[in-house]
Design a protein. Structure first.
Lengths: 264, 703
């Protein structure tokens, strides 16, 4: 970077872009996990109702396949929330025993669901598909042995719609904030660094002159010689004096050495 | 313009950036508040309605047997369970047709009772039930209240179920967001310095000091110093002109010497009478160098090094939690021990591989080894993100350990290769600075990421950062010039034995070096992430707590080092540090909450800040003979190697103690060990000091 102003601009831009970017990203995920989590827990309330019902009949000695009220129950529960698209029950082999979509009955549940249901260490599992989420709850018998799972599919559309609005608002806010803060911080810093830059510029000019005319007669700098009598510029003048003194002494010493020709 | 002026400039820089960050981040909080009201409250309301519908069905079952609502049994237990499963519900109640509350749970304020008495609710509920529309919530006091009808067996409304969603629930979410944004603010300030460093090649104050000292030397007629500044801004240009001027003077003096030699004139030093003898007044440096074409290795190295270290530090707040997620319990095998293995193996490999890797890195070249380390790191993170079980996780963590060790030794080697006598201290401080900054920024950002995008995705972020480091290296770092520096001593087994013959060194290692590291890694890497989750908090909270350690260290180490050097009380500082580390561990015994964990980390940070620099300096104090025989590098190499034993012992010991004694026992016993170590250290070195003084006195009398 060729100037302090350039450096300040890059620092301000990079730092604020990263900070605002991180904050926007964080807020996006916060809302996504929050709204998504609330939707999931809402669906799980329905799932838990079905689970209680199934587990009660299991404790009465009925097997999963024998429960003839289950089909009606899942169909009724499906109607209780617009979010739900389908509910099905599958056993540990993945065979679909009951489903609100008649075509699914007797088929095999998605492999991903089966994997999620066997690997989860929690009381429920979640699989994200292209257009829907599938929340699952295991069905256990009195001995705590898992006999199957309830899978509740619910549409992603409300979450996507909600996140679309949130993201738009966040992006516009982030861009405006970035512009506003970068410009104002940069201007403030330029203002704060102006005396520093000016002093360094003055030192640079003095040193450039020194290099151009290093043989000039040295004279001890006085405080009054300097327009801006800061300790730094005072030291630069002392530096110049020291350099010129050294050069003049070297030159003086050189005059005492006879040239090779005169020696001959 | 002096050091004070530069400090003021730095203050202004930090002030303006902080102001801009506060403005930006608080605006995001305000927007989030509006978003929460618009999107979260309706979702909470929808959930309350779903929960309410389930409850009304359940409550409706006994009512079909003509049991009056007021005589229903077990409603309080049911409400308690619902509130437990849904912490956002702060009020649950059933009121009859006249608005009299029959069953209630939670908020017992008059506002909620007054709301339930509103008979208009019943009419409204009837209308909604008829139309099939969902009820809406009303904000009453501390709750958003939703009311649902409870039907009799004749399908008439006989009661209302009220569910109150805590308004504080939304506020808590925003508080959490504000804490995360505060973390971003602190991390951004550190990033500001990193960016500044990358662009200008150093801290403003450090660069100015360097230039000032070169100018000062010339003022004192010393032309042997150089500026070593690489920036192209005003300061860099002034430094270049200063260097160029010094070169011109040295060249001219060299020309004088050449002329004198050619003429056969002797310029005798010390002959002050001779006009030729100017060496009495001036000290000239080497000629022929011209202006320095200085490659700013530190500035170039800083960014990739920071990226590599932060990539590893991202996972610090959750690695045991990730291992726990992957682990399937095996009967008879301690879960705690298995969860400590990823950290232990990582630390063990770092400790054991550093000496051989240092030699390898010197042989193959620093850039080559850094690139190798960074690429291995990138691969290790990708594989960790895809780990199936805790066992393959161990393998990938081992790979991460190898990567970290390579990057550490290669960067340290590069810094020492390029350092001059004048820049050595500054360059080492630079290296420590990168590690500090990454350990401060990594855990909180990693915790936030893990909470929002998950553990595996966070490892992908780490892989991305490692890849960015590789790209930085390839783009900016000049090619390797492999010059095996034979003067650098290599650590051998005989050196270890030789240093270990000093019993004061052994005691320092056993009572201070190993225990301090053991507590640090055992607490911060293993116990705290597990304990914070045990308390019901998130990985983000662990990250925030671990950040406190970093902040205290960054602020405390230079201050403590300065004071201990000034007072010449190094062993006292080490002793106090050890005792304080121990005492900090006892905070957990005072209460199982997050505040005590914060107190522990604060105390630990303070203790380490007090003792870390004096401990290192104390090695020089007690190993004078070994240093003169083997060199400072070898003695410190042995000390660091021994200290790292504590790094991998820490999580292992913590896991064992956790398995047998639980969290309080693990924290407490480690704390006790530290207190005992501190007492032994203080007792031994006070005695040792008295004996040395006594022996000196006896020697004096003999003489």
């Amino acid at each position: 970077m060729n100037s302090t102003n350039g450096t300040l601009f890059v620092v301000v831009t990079v730092v604020l872009t990263l900070a605002i970017g991180m904050a926007t990203f964080l807020t996006h995920y916060k809302f996504k996990s929050l709204v998504g989590g609330l939707m999931q827990s809402r669906v799980l309330i329905i799932g838990n109702e079905i689970q209680n019902n199934v587990e009660k009949s299991l404790s009465l000695g009925l097997s999963l396949r024998e429960n003839n009220t289950l089909q009606a129950l899942i169909e009724r529960e499906l109607r209780s929330d617009d979010l739900l698209t389908s509910i099905l029950l599958f056993d540990t082999t993945g065979a679909v025993l009951y489903s609100t979509e008649s075509a699914q009955q007797g088929t095999k549940a998605d492999k991903l669901w089966l994997k999620a249901s066997t690997t989860t260490s929690r009381e429920s599992w979640l699989v994200s598909e292209r257009n829907a989420f599938v929340a699952g709850i295991p069905i256990k018998n009195n001995f705590g042995i898992t006999l199957g799972n309830i899978a509740l599919s619910y549409t992603k559309k409300p979450l996507e719609r909600c996140m679309g609005i949130i993201d738009n608002l966040l992006q516009v806010t982030a861009l405006l904030l970035l512009l506003l803060t970068v410009i104002s911080a940069f201007l403030l810093l330029v203002l704060a660094f102006t005396p520093y830059r000016k002093r360094l510029q003055a030192a640079e000019d003095d040193l450039a002159l020194l290099i151009k005319d290093i043989d000039a007669v040295p004279h001890q700098p006085k405080h009054s010689d300097i327009d801006d009598p800061t300790p730094f510029l005072q030291r630069i003048r002392e530096f110049i004096f020291s350099v010129r003194s050294a050069v003049s002494e070297i030159d003086a010493a050189s005059t005492f050495i006879p040239t090779t020709n005169s020696k001959k | 313009m002096d050091a004070d002026y530069i400090s003021k400039l730095n203050f202004r820089l930090v002030g303006v950036i902080t102001l801009a960050l506060v403005l930006a981040l608080s605006s995001i909080v305000i927007v989030s508040l509006q978003l929460a009201e618009k999107f979260v409250v309706p979702e909470l309301q929808a959930k309350a309605v779903t929960q309410g519908q389930a409850l009304t069905v359940l409550i409706g079952q006994p009512l079909s047997y003509n049991i009056p609502v007021s005589e229903l049994v077990g409603i309080d237990v049911l409400f308690k369970e619902v509130a437990h499963d849904n912490p956002e519900f702060g009020f649950l109640a059933i009121s009859d047709e006249k608005g009299k509350i029959l069953h209630r749970f939670g908020d017992d304020s008059a506002e909620a009772a007054k709301y339930a008495k509103n008979t208009g609710l019943l009419t409204e509920a009837a209308k909604l039930a008829e139309s099939g529309a969902k009820p809406k919530s009303s904000r009453i006091g501390k709750h958003h209240l939703v009311s649902l009808p409870i039907f009799s067996s004749e399908h008439s409304i006989i009661a209302l179920l009220h569910i109150g969603i805590k308004t504080a629930f939304v506020q808590n979410i925003l508080n959490e967001l504000m804490l995360d944004l505060a973390v971003i603010l602190i991390v951004s300030l550190f990033l500001a310095y990193e960016v500044l460093y990358f662009i200008t090649g150093g801290k403003l104050a450090g660069q100015f000091e360097m230039l000032s000292s070169t100018i000062g030397a010339v003022i004192n007629n010393d032309f042997t110093r150089r500026g070593y500044l690489a920036g192209r801004d005003e300061l860099g240009r002034v430094a270049a002109l200063v260097d160029s001027t010094i070169s011109k003077v040295n060249d001219r003096y060299a020309a004088l010497l050449a002329k004198a030699q050619q003429a056969g004139v002797l310029i005798a030093p010390g002959d002050t009478a001779s006009p030729l003898d100017i060496r009495n007044r001036f000290n000239f440096g080497e000629s022929g160098k011209g202006a320095l074409s200085y490659i700013n290795y530190l500035g170039i190295l800083r960014a990739p090094l920071f990226l590599s270290f932060i990539a590893e530090d991202l996972s610090r707040s959750f690695i045991p939690l990730f291992a726990k997620q992957l682990y399937r319990p095996i009967p008879g095998v301690s879960t705690e021990l298995i969860l400590s293995l990823p950290i232990m193996i990582f630390m063990m490999l770092i400790a054991l591989l550093q000496p051989p890797l240092a030699a390898w890195s010197e042989r193959v070249g620093r850039k080559h080894s850094l690139l190798t380390g960074m690429m291995i790191g990138c691969l290790a993170f990708i594989m960790t993100a895809n780990a199936f079980t805790v066992y393959d996780l161990l393998l990938w963590r081992a790979l991460s350990g190898v990567s970290w060790a390579i990057i550490f030794v290669a960067s340290q080697g590069l810094i020492l290769d390029k350092a001059t006598a004048e820049t050595r201290t500054r360059d080492i401080a630079f290296f420590v600075g990168v590690i500090m900054a990454s350990s401060l920024c990594g855990p909180p950002i990693g915790g936030i990421l893990a909470d929002n995008i998950g553990f595996r995705a966070t490892f992908y972020v780490s892989a991305g950062l490692s890849l960015a480091a590789v790209i930085f290296m390839l783009r900016f770092m000049p090619g390797d010039v492999v010059t095996a520096n034979s003067s650098r001593q290599k650590l051998g087994f005989t050196d270890i034995i030789s240093v270990f013959s000093n019993r004061r060194f052994v005691l320092l290692v056993l009572t201070a070096g190993i225990p301090a590291k053991m507590a640090l890694i055992g607490y911060c890497f293993y116990l705290i992430p597990l304990y914070v989750t045990h308390l019901g908090d998130s990985a983000a909270m662990t990250g925030r707590i671990l950040m406190i350690y970093g902040v205290v260290m960054v602020l405390g180490v230079p201050v403590a080092a300065r004071i201990s050097d000034k007072l010449q009380k190094r062993k006292e500082f080490v002793g106090i540090g050890l005792l304080l580390t121990g005492v900090s561990g006892f905070f957990i015994l005072l209460g199982s909450n997050i505040y005590m964990t914060i107190c522990l980390v604060l105390g630990l940070g303070l203790a380490q800040a007090i003792s870390i620099a004096p401990q290192t300096a104390f090695v020089t104090d007690i190993c004078q003979e070994e240093i003169s025989r083997l060199g400072e590098g070898t003695v410190y190499g042995v000390y660091r190697l021994m200290e790292r034993i504590g790094n991998f012992m820490g999580p292992f010991l913590a896991a064992l103690l956790l398995n047998f004694f639980g969290f309080k026992g693990a924290f407490g016993i480690i704390a006790l060990l530290l207190v005992i170590s501190g007492i032994i250290f203080i007792a031994f070195f006070s005695r040792s000091n008295s004996l040395t003084k006594l022996s000196d006195s006896v020697e004096g009398v003999k003489r």
